[in-house]
Design a protein around this ligand. Structure first.
Ligand code: GUN
Ligand code: FE
Length: 424
């Protein structure tokens, strides 16, 4: 008997590709050494005798991936949706983030964020902190305890920012390097990630310094791209020599390629930007709720899928009010329908299998073989109880998933496994 194996029995469903959901009303999802060994109708002989947890007809899905979220903005989620991006940052985001200079505030506020993250169906996330190193370490310590696999970034910003939320270029680079060194050997579940806020808040010298750190330490990087019309025009003024916003990152070698990169939003790419993102394998974090709340628009996700580009979903709290990636799936589908109806009939709306793919395998690819139950994938699984939705016996497994996407909340999430370890 294999001592490092176990099975979960239930109604299993996962994405094979963006058009194909695989499901079975009753099957065994087997974990071996933290990886998926397969989904079987009966236990194969080599796994005979392994422990089995029987979840009856509860749903078992791969853990969800949040490719873009601002932990410090969780405190004021659902407030301040009356402005577009740039005034929204100045009026709501920056004043709140300035409070994280105080460690006691950070501990209280990040405690709320991590409790919500833990209760959600999210198993992996790419997270912005603030520019404050002590507060960022507090966030990493708290997320580490949840078992969620996270990339977390101390934010860099040395220009166009308020006096109480800004660093000098030298401070920003030095503090980042010191923070990176402090992370070594400290975490199992959290990893540091370079996080220049966006081009308008980072001087050329700062971007050059972060590019050097990226090459020295081989770090991934996250930032924002082509979210809002005024922002894009501002970047063009700041970098008149570029063909697109993405070029302003590319200039410093931090736009994909050797540097695994997540760019949030990508609502308004021009052809040059599409080609550059595609060529460099940049991961796009599609954040539909945020894009609606702060009036940014709707990203051409169908184009990204048709071109086989790397794309997943983000909550973008607090541009998005909700941490739930189920809500992000429903919002992605709804937003794509409005885009189709009002803007571009050539890009068909997203389907449920496509939205589920984005939330699992699409975003999970940033971590490697993550987000599916195909053999060899990391064993990240979420068990869902949909009995409160009533009538589940009348529906197929795929229909039950569809109802969960539109109707569920955290109370439906009963267990979470990450890399084969039960964390909830
Ligand atoms: N661009 C720069 N900073 C931010 C932020 O905090 N949220 C969003 N949505 N976009 C940004
Ligand atoms: Fe954001």
């Amino acid at each position: 008997m294999n001592n490092n194996a176990f099975a979960l029995k239930g109604s299993v469903i996962y994405s094979q590709d963006c058009n194909t959901l695989v499901s079975a009303a009753t099957s065994y999802l087997i974990c071996e050494d933290g990886k998926v060994a397969g989904v079987f109708e009966t236990i194969p002989s080599r796994f005979e005798g392994i422990p089995i947890t029987d979840y009856g007809n509860k749903l078992i899905i791969p853990g969800l991936i949040d490719l873009h979220v601002h932990a410090p903005q969780y405190t004021y989620r659902a407030l301040g949706m009356d402005l577009e991006l740039l005034p929204w940052l100045n009026t709501y985001a920056f004043p709140e983030e300035a409070k994280y200079a105080e460690e006691a505030y950070a501990r209280k506020a990040y405690g709320r964020f991590t409790r919500a993250l833990s209760a959600s169906a999210t198993t992996r996330a790419a997270i912005f902190a603030t520019l404050h190193v002590p507060a960022t370490n507090i966030l990493m310590d708290l997320v580490e305890q949840t078992g969620v696999q996270a990339y977390i970034g101390k934010v860099n910003m040395d220009r166009n920012s308020p006096d109480n939320l800004i660093e000098t270029t030298v401070q920003s680079v030095e503090a980042t390097e010191k923070w990176l060194k402090g992370c070594v050997g400290r975490y199992e579940n959290c990893k540091p990630m370079l996080t220049p806020r966006f081009i308008p808040s980072c001087s050329n010298e700062l971007m050059a310094g972060l590019g050097e750190l990226q090459r020295k330490y081989k770090l991934p990087l996250q930032s924002h791209l082509s979210e809002n019309a005024s922002e894009i025009a501002w970047v063009q003024q700041l970098h008149p020599d570029t063909h697109c916003y993405g070029d302003a990152y590319e200039k410093y070698g931090v736009f994909g390629g050797e540097c695994p990169t997540i760019m949030a939003h990508c609502v308004h790419p021009n052809e040059a930007e599409l080609e550059l993102m595609d060529k460099n394998g940049v991961f796009i974090a599609h954040c539909p709720q945020s894009n609606m709340n702060i009036c940014s628009g709707v990203a051409p996700v169908r184009t990204y899928l048709e071109r086989n580009m790397r794309v997943g979903l983000g909550s973008d709290v607090a541009g998005g009010a909700d941490l739930s990636i189920f809500k992000a799936m429903a919002d992605a589908i709804r937003a794509s329908k409005l885009r189709w109806a009002l803007k571009d009939k050539t890009l068909a709306p997203l389907t449920v299998p496509e939205a589920f793919y984005l939330a699992t395998k699409g975003g999970g690819a940033f971590w490697g073989k993550v987000g599916s139950f195909e053999e060899g994938y990391e064993f990240d699984a979420v068990v869902l109880d949909d009995s409160n939705l009533e009538g589940s016996e009348e529906f197929s497994v795929q229909q039950r998933l569809e109802r969960i996407i539109y109707l569920s909340d955290d109370r439906n999430v009963i267990h979470k496994f990450i890399k084969g370890k039960q964390i909830r």
